[in-house]
Design a protein around this ligand. Structure first.
Ligand SMILES: [Zn+2]
Length: 289
C-alpha cells in the first residue's frame, strides 16, 4: 500500500481534491491533421520494401521523408516495440514521453510522433489505424500506448533475478548495432522508449499500475505512418507475443510482424513540407554580453 496513514488529512482535504483538472498541454495549436492531405498520395502507392521481423527479434528499416510505412499483422496476434531515429543523425529520436504529454497515453490516426529535445518536431504522423474502433475498454485500456517504455533485461533481473536476452530492449540494441556497425554498448545508448504497436494497456483503477491484456489485433490489421523526416526505424516482435499473460521469457507464443515501406506514385503530398526543428533559440535565458 503506497498511501499509508502517515499523514493526517487537513480539514479542507475534500475541497482540495475537488479542484477540477486542466489539460497540461492544450494541443489545439499543433499543426492540424488533415486526412485529405494524404488521400491523393495514398491512392496509388508502390511497395518499395517489405521486412519480416522474426519473433523475439528486431529488424531495422529506412523510410525516406514523404513515404508511408505500415506495421501489419502476419501469422498471429503479436505486439511490436517501435523505435525511430532521424536517418541522418540518430541523436534525434522518438520522444515517447512528450508524445504522451501532447496526445495522451495511446496514439491513433492523426497523432504525431515527436522527436526529443532540442529537436522537437513531428517525425511521423499516424495516417491509418485499423484498430481505431477499439477506443477505451471497461478497464480503461486502449491500443498502441506510449507509456510502457519497453521490456528490458535490467528490470527483468531486478524482478526475477535471472538473465533473459530477447527482451525488446536487447532486440532493438542488436538490430541497431548491426545496422550502424556499432559495438552493442554504444548502440544501446540510442535505444529509447517505444511506441507499443498493437499492445493493449492501461492503468488499473485501484492502484494505477500499468497493466496489459491480450491484444485485439487480428488478420488484416495494420498501423500506417507517414514519414515527416528521413527515418531509420527498428521494430521488435516482443517476447510477450499478444501480451495476454507474460513477457520477458520464452513462455508466450510469438509471431513475426511485417513492415512495409510505400512510395506515393504521384510524389509527395501537395502542400506538404518536411517540418523544421524547434524554433526555440536555445539560449536558456543566458544573455549575450
Ligand atoms: Zn517487449
Amino acid at each position: 500500500m503506497k498511501f499509508r496513514p502517515e499523514s493526517t488529512a487537513p480539514s479542507d482535504a475534500a475541497a482540495r481534491r475537488a479542484v477540477k483538472p486542466v489539460i497540461c498541454y492544450p494541443n489545439e495549436t499543433l499543426p492540424v491533421f488533415d486526412p485529405s492531405l494524404y488521400t491523393d498520395a495514398k491512392s496509388d502507392l508502390t511497395l518499395v520494401e517489405s521486412i519480416i521481423v522474426p519473433p523475439r527479434d528486431a529488424k531495422t528499416f529506412s523510410v525516406p521523408a514523404g513515404h508511408f510505412f505500415r506495421i501489419s499483422y502476419l501469422d498471429g496476434p503479436q505486439v511490436g516495440d517501435l523505435n525511430l531515429w532521424n536517418a541522418n543523425d540518430i541523436n534525434e529520436r522518438f520522444f515517447s514521453g512528450k508524445t504522451r504529454a501532447l496526445h495522451g497515453t495511446h496514439v491513433s490516426t492523426g497523432d504525431r510522433l515527436w522527436s526529443n529535445l532540442p529537436h522537437m518536431r513531428p517525425m511521423a504522423t499516424i495516417t491509418h489505424d485499423t484498430l481505431n474502433w477499439y477506443g477505451w475498454d471497461e478497464y480503461g485500456g486502449g491500443v498502441h500506448d506510449v507509456i510502457g517504455t519497453r521490456c528490458d533485461p535490467y528490470t527483468h533481473a531486478v524482478l526475477q533475478g535471472d538473465d533473459y536476452h530477447y527482451c525488446c530492449h536487447s532486440n532493438l540494441t542488436r538490430a541497431l548495432a548491426a545496422e550502424k556497425n556499432l559495438p552493442l554498448k554504444e548502440a544501446e545508448i540510442y535505444v529509447h522508449d517505444v511506441l507499443n504497436v498493437f499492445m493493449c494497456t492501461g492503468f488499473t483503477k485501484d492502484t494505477h499500475q500499468y497493466f496489459m491484456k491480450t491484444s485485439p489485433v487480428r488478420e488484416g490489421d495494420y498501423l500506417e505512418f507517414f514519414a515527416e523526416i528521413d527515418l531509420l526505424g527498428a521494430l521488435s516482435a516482443c517476447p510477450g507475443g499478444d501480451c495476454g499473460s507474460s513477457h520477458s521469457s520464452e513462455n508466450a507464443k510469438c509471431y513475426p510482424l511485417n513492415v512495409e515501406i510505400f512510395k506515393p506514385k504521384a510524389g509527395e503530398p501537395a502542400g506538404w513540407k518536411s517540418p523544421e526543428k524547434s524554433g526555440y533559440s536555445g539560449t536558456h535565458g543566458v544573455r549575450k554580453k
